[in-house]
Structure formats: structure tokens, C-alpha cells
Design a protein around this ligand. Structure first.
Ligand SMILES: [Zn+2]
Length: 258
């Protein structure tokens, strides 16, 4: 397999502390062409940028995750503090940002952080990487309002919602969840998204596909998810890897020669 583009990874996570560079060094030889490492708070955004400086095939996304917005503090200071990250050459997206109603996080705070970062995405012309957990209604309402470029990552909505996201110009990201036993809904959604709007991802170290579910995930496991999605579009796994790689390069503005 070649052209694996992992559009959502967290190699800055402590799960990789013991062997981070040893593991990353092996990825290109296993077909991994690009990785986007997503920061969630100031510290992990710094780590994501450091990884992107060390490896030319790793890019960074920088943003404040809904789980990290309470610890960040004043939303009024957000843009000024994040601007140096967002202006970095290898930062290709604002993310991971969004809404998480699964956990008990203050809703007005989450909404304020998401909205401020959507506004920044429009002003800076950067795509967004959106986390939406049990918050489909409010997420779509804000995406309709701002119409950013971007991706709904680890998509968990319905086929109808996926179609609306595509109509809004968004990409839809799928990972290990499409291999799980209860995957009917994500597979229906993946079938409803045209191939030119699909992205593949891991969310590693989490969300390892079957048969590695529950273990530490890395980008080399993406073909296991691709195996579930490719037949929905009558294509080979490699053809899906090729087109999703091209999609990601288009969305994140990575030139063909890079
Ligand atoms: Zn993530």
C-alpha cells in the first residue's frame, strides 16, 4: 500500500513517549505518505509543530479542543495567543476544534471557543478539523453559519448529515470506527459521501481498527479502515488511498511536489 494520508493523528500523545521517533521513522517505508498531527491545547500544539519540523511529511493542525477550552481560560485572548501557531508554515489547519456534549463541559464556553476559531478560519483562509461528539445540531448550525473549508473528523452522524456536510463544501473523515461491530451507521454515511470528499484518519493512539481495537493505533492501520469503505464505492483499497490522499492535499494546500 502507498499514499496513506492520515489526516488526524496525535503522535504528541504520551502513549508514544517510549518509542515516538523510532515508530515515526518506520512509517514512510510502510506506505504512509503524510500525517496531520492535531494539537488540542497550547502544549500539544507546540508538540505538533515540533514534530512537523522534524519530519517533512508531518504537518500540524493547531487549535483548542472542547475538552481543553475550560483550562485555556479567557476566550478573548484566544486569537492573539493562537496566531503564532496558525501563521507557522507547517500549520495547515485550525484543529482540533468543535463541540463535545458527551462530557460535562460548559456549553457556552465550548460554543464560544468553537465560534471564535471558525471566525479565525475564515479570516486566515485555513481549513478547520472539527470534532463533533453528540453535538450534531449545534455543530451543523455553526458550520452553516460560517461555511468554513474543512473536515468533520471521526464522523458519527447520519447519512443525511454527511450529505449536508458535502453540500456545504466540507470533507468527511472516517477511521477505525467503520471496522467496529456496530458500524452500520458510519458505513452508511461513508457510502453517502462521494469519493472526492472522503478523508481517512486514525485519531491515533485511539480508535484502532479491528482486529487491533483497544490497542495503540498508528497510521499503518489505515488500510484496515479503507478495506471497509472501498467496496462501498466499487474501488480497490489502493484506489481509495490514492483519492483520499489527493483530497487531503487539496484541502490542506499541500502541493504535489511536497
Ligand atoms: Zn483527535
Amino acid at each position: 500500500m502507498t499514499n496513506i494520508f492520515d489526516t488526524h493523528a496525535h503522535y504528541d500523545d504520551e502513549a508514544f513517549d517510549a518509542d515516538r521517533f523510532a515508530l515515526l521513522d518506520t512509517l514512510p517505508a510502510q506506505g504512509v505518505a503524510y500525517v496531520i498531527d492535531c494539537g488540542c491545547n497550547l502544549h500539544s500544539c507546540e508538540s505538533a509543530l515540533a514534530l512537523s519540523a522534524r519530519y517533512d511529511w508531518i504537518y500540524a493542525a493547531c487549535g483548542i479542543h472542547p475538552e481543553d477550552c475550560e483550562a485555556f481560560g479567557d476566550v478573548g485572548a484566544l486569537t492573539e495567543r493562537m496566531l503564532p501557531f496558525w501563521k507557522s508554515k507547517k500549520c495547515v489547519a485550525i484543529g482540533e476544534i468543535g463541540l463535545d456534549y458527551h462530557y460535562d463541559i460548559d456549553k457556552p464556553t465550548q460554543l464560544a471557543f468553537f465560534e471564535a476559531q471558525l471566525r479565525a478560519s475564515i479570516e486566515l483562509g485555513l481549513p478547520v478539523i472539527v470534532h463533533d461528539r453528540e453535538a450534531h445540531g449545534d455543530t451543523m448550525e455553526l458550520l452553516r453559519k460560517y461555511r468554513p473549508k474543512g473536515v468533520l473528523h471521526c464522523f458519527s452522524g447520519s447519512a443525511e448529515m454527511a450529505k449536508e456536510a458535502v453540500q456545504l463544501g466540507l470533507y468527511v473523515g472516517f477511521g477505525g470506527a467503520v471496522t467496529f461491530k456496530n458500524a452500520r451507521k458510519p458505513l452508511e454515511a461513508a457510502a453517502a459521501v462521494p469519493p472526492w470528499r472522503l478523508l481517512l484518519e486514525t485519531d491515533c493512539p485511539y480508535m484502532a481498527p479491528v482486529p487491533y481495537r483497544g490497542k495503540r493505533c498508528d497510521s499503518t492501520l489505515i488500510p484496515l479502515s479503507a478495506e471497509k469503505i472501498a467496496p462501498l464505492h466499487d474501488m480497490s483499497v489502493q484506489a481509495l488511498l490514492d483519492i483520499t490522499c489527493r483530497n487531503a492535499k487539496t484541502l490542506f494546500g499541500i502541493r504535489a511536489s511536497e
